[in-house]
Design a protein around this ligand. Sequence first.
Ligand SMILES: *Cc1c(COP(=O)(O)O)cnc(C)c1O
Length: 228
Amino acid sequence: MIKDALEAVQKRMADAMAKAGRTDRVTLIAVTKNHPVSAVETVAQLGVRTVGENRVQEAKEKLLTYNGPELEWHLIGHLQANKVRQAVPLFSLIHSVDSSKLLDEINKVAAKCGKIQDVLLQVNVAREASKSGLTVEDFPEVRDYAKTLPNVRVRGLMCMAPFFENPEEARPIFRVAHALYEDMKSKFPEGQIEYLSMGMTHDFEVALGEGANMIRVGTAIFGNRVYD
Ligand SMILES: *Cc1c(COP(=O)(O)O)cnc(C)c1O
């Protein structure tokens, strides 16, 4: 049952926070990709207020029929430039920005919508070819470029670790992401850099140990995704 699974995740979060000696706030993003809108409604009823989707079209369809308390919808999957026009009106936070070109496109669309779009920069610390995200080397240039765009507001950083059988092996990756995040804080106006999005079902305890304050959890809440 989703209710029990969600409670189990919240317990794991509380234990990991206690272990890390942390009392600050962490946002649990329920990752609803490949699950029906009824799953979104169930977690919303249980008090979740932030959901994560990977695909613009899928999120758009769910939003059309979603019936429940107001939610924040986050885009956590890769964003193609030609989907920006649809994405900007839907998402309060886009986690997956990884190029100046994409920043430009978001800035342009957001200006047209009269919106300042909150985004995170995705960093591919482990340089996995299968994942998007900026390399640590390319990160500073894109970060600094973002500052020049009036309709984009960078709020922090997103990182995905490779899958390791033993999630402890992700710790050095998360540590690098945390250092980049701390460094970002000094380069933007006070209070602007607030979110460090890292940790999934398999490794979120380790991420919380390394300072994550947004975790993105799907499988542990909803079970395995069904792909068609
Ligand atoms: C699917 C996905 C998640 C959730 O993964 P689980 O292992 O199911 O918790 C988190 N972040 C991103 C970017 C994803 O694509």
